[in-house]
Design a protein around this ligand. Sequence first.
Ligand SMILES: [Zn+2]
Ligand SMILES: [Zn+2]
Length: 283
Amino acid sequence: MKVKFWGARGSVPISRPDCRVYGGNTTAVEVVSDGGCRVIIDAGTGIRDLGNSLLAKLPVKIHLLFTHYHWDHIQGFPFFVPGFIPGNELHIYGQKKGEQDVRDILNHLMSPPNFPVPLAIMGAKMVFHDLQETGEIVLADDLKVIYGPLFHPNGVVGFRFESNGRVFTFLTDIEHESEDEVSQSPLNLSLNADIVAYDCQYTPEQYPSRKNWGHSTWVSGLQLVRKAGAKSLYMIHHDPAHNDVQIDSMLKAARAQADALGVTVEAVYEGMEFEVGSPSSSD
Ligand SMILES: [Zn+2]
Ligand SMILES: [Zn+2]
């Protein structure tokens, strides 16, 4: 199973000279099983470049999974070019919010006066699927996704990808509910994972003044990874106010504690790609 991050920034896309290492695009992650089953998590602004990279591989069948519908996770969708090309197939998964399902929400995103081109014009075959509170989806013989709720304003879904004995867990826009205890749902999703990608938006010093904003710290990320018996913490959803130097220093602080726990830590950057379970990603 291969993973590539096309956006690592949280909250809002940015572009500044001091943020070029970790990048400015928001969440879009490509997961491809050994057998070639292709998943995209979220349609933040990173999905634009991701989509363009697929133009050499058409036609494509893609499973697009939405964690939730905050702007930084949907805003790139209208710029996902493969969605406009007949012959491609898009299976789109997301939770209902009140009366609106994922199709209604994307329809709204692509309606005047917010956007001039309607969803109905997109030429790819689109199939919409509701996600429940928790569940399991078998996408291919070699790719299963298990999902469950995380603590975040308006709700969010965390995903666990299992493929050929390897596990990649993706927990964005999560806030820890307690300083002392790890919540059951993220713990279940992270059990014995090779990699847990976890929202580490704030430094431990910043967090107290940002409580209930829906994001977490590397301290809570390490606590979760250790309790779950997982191998590696990947820091994601970088704060738009943090430059490369600040993220480097958060990574250094996290590694200083992680070494004693036998856990590795990486800070995800835009363009980062790896094979889950390979020496560079899990040792
Ligand atoms: Zn977000
Ligand atoms: Zn959010």
